[in-house]
Design a protein. Structure first.
Length: 665
């Protein structure tokens, strides 16, 4: 049996356990948005029957002194406190605990007086405790403590009731709180971190478009200037992030043709993800898209319209990329010496060379890749969607993201990693601000409810920020293929209201593009990844009005700007999903949104919602107003049980703003 030596300080009697939130034993920071608070709980207890004091300690990383907040007891040795994170950057926090000898003395004194026991010696003991505290205090606090100690020594002359009143003055407790403790302090074994991002990391609406398809003249290769000229279309729908697939030169060797055919016909543009040609690589712009001056113009015009430009960073190369000849050691080689192209059997991507993160020159590779981000940050980009980060080394992402955010704390990274759960979670812990999710494949009421509870009620809520996409250029979900526009509408409402971050692959989505390449395939027929499209953005039946209404509702209702208050309500129909979000607005009525979504794109669905009134801030049998923000209709409801009916060819969802005050109009 292993024997233990004596500790340096054997008088420390307090234990601290089960501190939350904490990720991987403190290995990774939790995440917050500037302006939020961090609520911390811990078990803090001591041997015996003495009272315990617990404190939450916090500070901005790099600051000298800790801020100290007294924790409130929750019962059963559990304690809680919170602290604000007002600035972007990193914060630290931990918990301390100590035996509270003065509180223990007061508790015993009260019991002795109630039992009618003699207390003169006890009063002298209390005076000694206050004198001991005074010796480590200064100024006015020291003087007060000495005065109270003297009063306790005189207390028998004024009677026991006076002694009790004196001992339990709140001011004594407040003064002792400011002074150093009366007993050795236990510090939690680790300092924990908080990564604080700006608001857009927690609340954003993304619109993805291929610039080459946005020419005013159909069939012509679009430019960055063309996108800038038509940017009002995106802005007026209420999006705040304009996401562009790779804008770099496209390789010519093994260029893919229409519908991912092996050989491209003359004039076919190839895939933007086959990056690099003689015109340059990851820090170049495709000549047909324009120049860096055009890019700067687009970024500035977007900013004026309330949009930020997000760039796709795909760390892979076409065979024509300059890195292939300059750094051949950065790529995997086959047994015959040729460079290995990308494969995901049975799929083959002959137009793409993956990078080798086990390269002998991995240090140089890391530096080169990090410099790509730095280059575009200098060009005004502060949001990046990273393609397939799960196929690159974990250690690289932790190093690169931490370094970039130390220099540019405003930068946001979205991980496009449709992969295994543990891998997705690891990438979020390593520093990715947002993450793609499995939303695309969660369709039933049970699947959606279970998945959202996992995202919002487990430890994932501390670091994994979901970004819901009903479609992407790579994924045409089966639900959209089968359900047509009603399915597009319901999936849009779910994406935009279940989570605070969402996005759509534009053009294809609002126009209801749902033709698969083949039965059972999630690839689009005539995919925009391999050809220039021409979207009729003014076509009848476009979902543009619904998208605009949803984004307006998101901006105007704080409850839709976070995920923490999501709550599901009972409704007796498996095809109807009912949920709410609630935000406390100082000086105003709580902002409460209630959604009811028809998951059946083919049939009329109805049912009686059984509302959890407490979650909505309502009393039993209270009358209230349900104002539908999508249909511009108002309903007078009362109590928990209310009727809903949704016809998918008209409306796939209700989005109610719940108001206690009934409008007279």
């Amino acid at each position: 049996m292993r024997t233990m030596g004596k500790p340096k300080e054997g008088r420390i009697r307090v234990a601290i356990e089960k501190l939350q939130p904490e990720l991987s034993c403190g290995r990774f920071p939790i995440k917050r948005i500037a302006g939020e608070t961090v609520v911390v709980e811990a078990d803090v207890f001591a041997d015996g029957h003495d009272a315990v004091q617990a404190h939450l300690l916090w500070k901005r990383e790099g600051a000298g002194a800790w801020q100290r907040v007294a924790m409130e007891p929750l019962g059963n040795d559990r304690w809680r406190a919170e602290f604000p994170v007002d600035q972007v950057g990193r914060y630290l926090y931990t918990v301390s605990g100590a035996v509270d000898h003065f509180a223990s003395w007061r508790n015993d004194l009260k019991k002795r007086i109630a039992a009618g026991q003699e207390i003169s010696i006890d009063l002298q003991a209390g005076a000694l405790l206050l004198e001991g505290a005074a010796s480590s205090a200064s100024g006015q606090d020291a003087a007060k403590l000495k005065g109270w100690a003297a009063a306790l020594r005189r207390a028998p002359a004024v009677g026991e009731s006076g002694a009790l009143t004196l001992a339990f003055q709140e001011e004594i407790e407040e003064t002792l709180e400011r002074c150093s403790g009366l007993a050795p302090v236990t510090l939690y074994e680790r300092e924990l971190g908080v990564a604080v991002d700006r608001e857009r990391a927690g609340f954003s609406a993304w619109y993805e478009l291929f610039p080459r398809s946005w020419a005013a003249v159909p069939g012509r290769h679009g430019t960055l200037r063309d996108v800038a000229a038509r940017l009002d279309y995106v802005s007026e729908m209420g999006f705040d992030v304009l996401y562009l697939p790779p804008i770099h030169p496209v390789g010519r060797s093994f260029r893919k043709g229409k519908n991912n055919t092996i050989h491209a016909a003359a004039g076919e543009p190839g895939s933007p993800w086959a990056i690099g040609s003689r015109e340059g690589g990851h820090t170049a712009i495709h000549p047909e898209l324009g120049t860096f001056a055009d890019f700067e113009y687009l970024v500035n015009r977007a900013r004026k319209l309330g949009l930020e430009v997000a760039l796709d960073i795909a760390f892979q190369c076409s065979p024509d990329h300059p890195w292939v000849t300059e750094h051949p050691e950065s790529f995997k080689h086959r047994a015959d010496g040729s460079i290995q192209y990308a494969e995901n059997p049975p799929k083959k991507y002959q137009d793409i060379y993956p990078l080798d993160f086990e390269s002998s020159n991995w240090r140089g590779l890391w530096d080169e890749l990090k410099s790509v981000f730095s280059f575009w940050i200098e060009k005004g980009v502060s949001i990046f969607r990273v393609d397939n980060p799960h196929t690159k080394a974990f250690a690289f992402w932790e190093w690169a993201i931490s370094g970039l955010k130390a220099e540019h704390p405003e930068v946001i990274f979205l991980a496009e990693a449709f992969t295994r759960p543990r891998v997705m979670e690891r990438l979020a812990k390593l520093g990715f601000s947002q993450s793609y999710t499995y939303f695309t494949w969660r369709n039933t009421k049970e699947e959606l409810t279970e998945y959202m509870r996992e995202l919002t009620q487990t430890q994932l809520k501390e670091y994994f920020r979901p970004n819901f996409w009903p479609n992407t250029p790579d994924i045409l979900a089966e639900a959209l293929q089968r359900g047509g526009l009603p399915a597009f509408r319901s999936r849009l409402v779910l994406a935009a209201t279940l989570t605070a971050n969402y996005g759509i692959y534009g053009g294809a989505f609002e126009l209801g593009e749902n033709r698969p390449f083949a039965p059972g395939s999630e690839e689009y027929l005539n995919s925009e990844k391999y050809e220039i499209k021409s979207w009729d953005l003014d076509a009848p039946g476009s979902l543009r009005p619904l998208i605009t209404s949803l984004n307006r509702a998101r901006r105007e209702n704080p409850s839709l700007q976070s995920n923490g208050t999501l709550h599901f309500h009972s409704i007796g129909n498996a095809n109807l999903l009912c949920y709410s979000k609630r935000a406390i607005v100082p000086g105003e009525e709580d902002n409460v949104i209630l959604a009811v979504v028809n998951l059946d794109p083919f049939g009329v669905q109805s049912g009686w919602v059984d509302l959890d009134l407490e979650k909505l801030g309502l009393e039993a049998d209270e009358a209230f107003e349900a104002d539908d923000l999508l249909a511009n209709r108002r309903y007078a409801w009362r109590g928990a049980i209310n009727y809903v009916e949704l016809r998918p060819q008209e409306f796939s969802a209700h989005l109610f703003r719940i108001r206690k005050s009934i409008s007279k109009t």
